[in-house]
Design a binder for this molecule. Sequence first.
Ligand SMILES: O=C(O)CCC(=O)C(=O)O
Ligand SMILES: [Fe+2]
Length: 197
Amino acid sequence: MTSAPWNTLGPLTVDNALPAVLCEELLRHFEHSTQRPRSYQGVVDEALRKCEYVEVPEHLAALVTAAVTPHIDTFFGVESYPVPGQPTLIYRYGVGAGFVTHHDEVTAVELERAATNGQPVIGGDLTTVLFLSGPDEYDGGALYFEQPPLDLRPAKGALVAFPATRDFMHGVRPITAGARYTFLSRRFVKSSVLSAA
Ligand SMILES: O=C(O)CCC(=O)C(=O)O
Ligand SMILES: [Fe+2]
């Protein structure tokens, strides 16, 4: 039971949220797809974010949704659902910068640049990250939060979820060896005041 508002809770971490076979299928999809450099605020700059992405087909995204929704709804005390029509992405971070500290709110400049740069814009109330790599597969690369300070290098198949707001500043520490794969989607909270803002 929780009485705190959902947008003050998190990050939630759940080990073994995704079965190993689904992690493998998502990784196979990544390897067989066209990989593109991912932007930050609509600009590709490897000093701020060194990352490639592919989009996930609907049938695979639906399997992830089914696996994670009960964990997320129970923890945040809400009903949530993937943002309709919005792509979900797989990210690969090789050796390099990781991803600088940021929040997950969509900004006006990102939207403006998306009109011409071909980059997907993914916005919503909650961010959902699934780890498709275990900590033995890369060095560095922690998903970190600033306040309170927290560094996460969870097991393969783990879920991390948190409000996509400016209160949850986070980033990915530089990767110093190996490669780190994550699945990224955003969700709306039903009847959320924030989702209408
Ligand atoms: O890949 C990750 O661990 C986090 C990525 C992230 O923060 C984002 O896409 O906004
Ligand atoms: Fe983020």
